[in-house]
Design a protein around this ligand. Structure first.
Ligand code: SF4
Ligand code: SF4
Length: 419
């Protein structure tokens, strides 16, 4: 880690506590990601992105703001980055995946809300989030009750994500996209022009294509890359500059190509193939992925927002009129099948498609504690999987280490029962 102490001091952070936070995240990283075998050399870049997320990346954003760019903090993959980028803003996802900040979050928020929210706000409340002081706009959305009410407290711009997918809901969502464009234009003083929007649509589509390609290597038997490393790449995707990220991901994909030819894999042929399904695992949170792979299985796909929900669908490109482009963007983002929808038929279809496509042996439904949307939807997901005779287990947990022994026992027993 570079020495960014002066920057953190100027941002008003609690520098000593912040150092403790970084030590704690680094320790978790070393115990999980760092303990793997046969990691591709190109993973060094993505490790670096994670390590510099509170250092180099923040310094870069501060420099960009000096040139007039605005920085937007986001909390959900529903926020269309393309629009923010076309108005000369930099969107970065700001979700916390660390236990360290949760006690601070619990000083203000109720204990029984999900760890993602407590961790994120805990970072801000403990003065260990370097993004809060430099953020020009925070964008929230109406995907779950805890988030909805949290935005009221912090006064963010809120995008209304509907709860159904009828024509009326599409209209509402399109209006939310339009309002977001207007809000970003007001913030930056720059108009979203069709030409620039076409460019940013391409940048984000290229990024999604490269992520899709990476995930093809996980289809192989044995997969060429671990699920934990694929997760690290996804976590970096939410923080890094998109064009630079894609360049490095192409390098990683090329290395994986070479590993296929040389039969290099972290796993042996016939390894048990697991799908993770449910809540996202944002930076700092490697717990369940690490437990599963340490128990000898391979995670071959993540049906989550740090997985397929982020990169599966591209924005239809080719339109050069702003109205059509905004419609194409609204359509693409509305395809995301978050558990906030009712009924969430798209997610059920998508799960069926993915388990077939990936020849999955078993599914771990990963539910963050108190995330009622995914927790209740787990009943329907289990039903779909049992019809296909695919065993599944529901793991409800937070970011703490206390339940690791118990989780390990349950995961081992689950893997045992897979044919
Ligand atoms: S799970 Fe839902 S609310 Fe959370 S990031 Fe994904 S789409 Fe957004
Ligand atoms: S994980 Fe669930 S409860 Fe937590 S923020 Fe996302 S949707 Fe809300």
């Amino acid at each position: 880690m570079n020495n960014h102490e002066q920057m953190w001091k100027e941002l008003g952070l609690d520098v000593e506590l912040h150092k403790e936070l970084l030590r704690s995240i680094d320790n978790t990283f070393q115990q999980t990601v760092g303990k793997q075998n046969e990691r591709p050399a190109s993973m060094a870049y993505f490790d670096h992105v994670l390590h510099e997320s509170h250092g180099g990346r923040v310094a870069e954003l501060i420099e960009a703001r000096k040139t007039g760019k605005k920085f937007i903090g986001t909390f959900c993959i529903y926020v269309p980055d393309e629009i923010a980028m076309a108005a000369d803003a930099i969107p970065v996802a700001l979700c916390g995946g660390t236990q360290f900040s949760i006690p601070y979050g619990e000083k203000m928020f109720p204990r029984n809300i999900c760890p993602l929210i407590k961790s994120t706000f805990g970072l801000a409340l403990s003065k260990t989030c370097p993004y809060g002081p430099i953020k020009d706009l925070g964008v929230g959305e109406t995907t779950c009750d805890a988030k909805k009410k949290a935005w009221d407290v912090v006064n963010f711009h809120v995008m209304e994500v509907p709860q159904k997918k009828t024509d009326l809901d599409f209209k509402l969502w399109y209006q939310a996209v339009l309002d977001f464009k207007n809000r970003v234009e007001e913030l930056t003083g720059k108009k979203v022009e069709a030409n620039r929007l076409a460019e940013t649509i391409n940048i984000m589509n290229d990024k999604r294509r490269a992520l899709q390609k990476l995930n093809e290597y996980r289809k192989l038997d044995p997969p060429t890359i671990s699920g934990l490393d694929a997760l690290v790449v996804m976590q970096a995707a939410l923080n890094d500059d998109p064009a630079r990220f894609t360049e490095h991901l192409i390098e990683l994909n090329n290395e994986l190509d070479d590993r296929v030819h040389r039969s290099i894999s972290p796993f042996s042929k016939g390894v048990k193939r697991i799908m993770i399904s449910g809540c996202p695992s944002v930076m700092g949170n490697w717990k369940v992925h690490s437990l599963i792979e340490k128990s000898g299985a391979a995670i071959v796909v993540d049906e989550t927002c740090t997985g397929t929900r982020y990169f599966n669908d591209l924005v239809e490109d080719g339109a050069h009129e702003i109205d059509k482009q905004l419609r194409a963007l609204a359509d693409r983002y509305m395809k995301i099948d978050c558990a906030c929808f009712s009924p969430n038929n798209e997610r059920m279809k998508s799960i069926e498609r993915i388990v077939d496509d990936r020849t999955v042996d078993g599914v771990v439904q990963y539910i963050l504690q108190y995330c009622h949307g995914y927790n209740v939807e787990a009943i329907r997901v289990a039903g779909i999987l049992s019809k296909k005779s695919i065993p599944n287990i529901k793991i409800e947990t937070d970011y703490a280490e206390e339940d690791m022994g118990q989780l390990r026992t349950r995961i081992d027993a689950f893997l045992e029962q897979l044919s």
